[in-house]
Design a protein. Structure first.
Ligand code: NAD
Ligand code: GLY
Length: 368
């Protein structure tokens, strides 16, 4: 593989002072990782789910022969990312008498990562945790940056904490077992980095569509590394989303409305983000910031990675507006949205016109 096509990237650090941590990326990370090095005490609780545990739990447990390892296997699905399921983690920790020196390991996709991180943030006021993400989406986004939490029936990710892991270990080979639909959902967050701030990466994604869909290991590794670099840079600059970090939520306000509307059992998170991003792009176009050709390019790239670009047919613009009113980016009653000034140029605004928002939603919901 020519290195000009897939440039090598140095090991990654999320730079947060004394809470800085490394992201290890490679195709054999689980086979060769020195996982124990990142764990101070003897006690470990691995949190996984009923799909991922049969695939990778034994491999991870074998890396921890010098530790006392307990395991909790949760039901699989976004609809279980809630306080009831979180309580299963706390119950296991208490039953097995885990103390403040324990370390939680999240083994799974973003749902497991977000819940394990939140459990770690709150168990005995905070214990260590490590992310071992096994979906594309969790490898490029959710495992990095310390956003943890669960959903509420009234709103996505409404209960949570910023709480950073001690390390992120990404074994790209785990993606071999990932279903195609989940792979594409992860690509939505990869494309996001290109759209918000990395136009050269967006072009690279357009040019390497086939390699990525065929899961060429080098192309995949490069896409994951470049996504993590983008994320680490933004998180290091603004850990708790006081400013620039909000651009990572491109398409998410619309996407979260879709997920909440469907009670977390319809569109995948990445699919909802793809649809939401296309709505945000339409709105940016109606406001005069984004050209028609760039709008079409955005629709094309999502389609080329087999992602949906229109909301579920049963959703109306009124549904969107009602659900978006509860977004975490609402401040003093005013909704803030991530919009585009061009490809690779996202910004956050509360100064948009309500007319453009409604036009974009009417257009998306086929109400024009
Ligand atoms: P997920 O965790 O539900 O995983 C998707 C599916 O793939 C599940 O059925 C899972 O069991 C299965 N799976 C996982 N790894 C597998 C593997 N290697 N082989 C086969 N199957 C595998 O979904 P996701 O897309 O990973 O994550 C979505 C979640 O992440 C959402 O809850 C979203 O809100 C959250 N998220 C959080 C952040 C953050 O910054 N914390 C960022 C983006 C998304
Ligand atoms: N996924 C959005 C963030 O981490 O800020």
């Amino acid at each position: 593989m020519p290195t000009t096509n897939y440039p090598q990237i140095d090991p990654l650090i999320v730079d947060l002072g004394d809470r800085s941590y490394s992201i290890f990326i490679g195709s054999q990370q689980l086979a060769y990782s020195d996982l124990s090095v990142h764990i101070k005490g003897k006690q470990v609780l691995i949190v996984s789910n009923e799909t991922v545990a049969p695939l990778y739990l034994e491999t991870v447990t074998n890396l921890l022969h010098d530790k006392h390892v307990d395991v909790v296997v949760l039901p699989d699905g976004e609809q279980y990312k809630n306080l009831d399921t979180l309580n299963l983690i706390f119950t296991k920790l208490l039953e097995q008498k885990h103390d403040r020196g324990t370390t939680l390991i999240a083994l799974g996709g973003g749902v497991i990562g977000d819940m394990t991180g939140f459990a770690a943030a709150t168990y005995q006021r905070g214990v260590a945790f490590i992310q071992i993400p096994t979906t594309l989406l969790s490898q490029v986004d959710s495992s990095v940056g310390g956003k943890t939490g669960v959903n509420h029936v009234l709103g996505k990710n409404m209960l949570g904490a910023f709480y950073q892991p001690k390390a992120v270990i990404i074994d790209t080979q785990t993606l071999d077992s990932l279903p195609q639909r989940q792979f594409s959902a992860g690509m939505a967050e990869v494309i996001k980095y290109g759209l918000i701030s990395d136009y050269a990466f967006l072009q690279w994604l357009e040019q390497n569509n086939d390699s990525l869909l065929n899961r060429n290991p080098e192309a995949l590794r490069y896409a994951i590394e470049r996504s993590c670099i983008n994320k680490a840079k933004i998180v290091s600059a603004d850990e708790t989303e006081q400013g620039v970090r909000a651009i990572l939520n491109l398409g998410h306000t619309f996407g979260h409305a879709i997920e909440t509307f469907q009670q977390y059992q319809g569109s995948l998170h990445g699919e909802a983000v793809a649809i939401g991003t296309v709505i945000a792009a339409h709105m940016s176009h109606f406001a005069g910031w984004l050209s028609k050709s760039d709008l079409h390019r955005i629709q094309s790239i999502f389609r080329s990675f087999l992602l949906p670009v229109t909301p579920p047919v049963e959703m109306t613009s009124t549904d969107f507006l009602a659900l978006m009113g509860r977004d975490k980016k609402v401040m003093d009653g005013r909704l803030r949205l991530v919009l585009l000034k061009g490809l690779g140029q996202a910004f956050v605004s509360s100064e948009f016109s309500q007319e453009d928002l409604e036009l974009a939603l009417n257009n998306a919901c086929g109400e024009l």
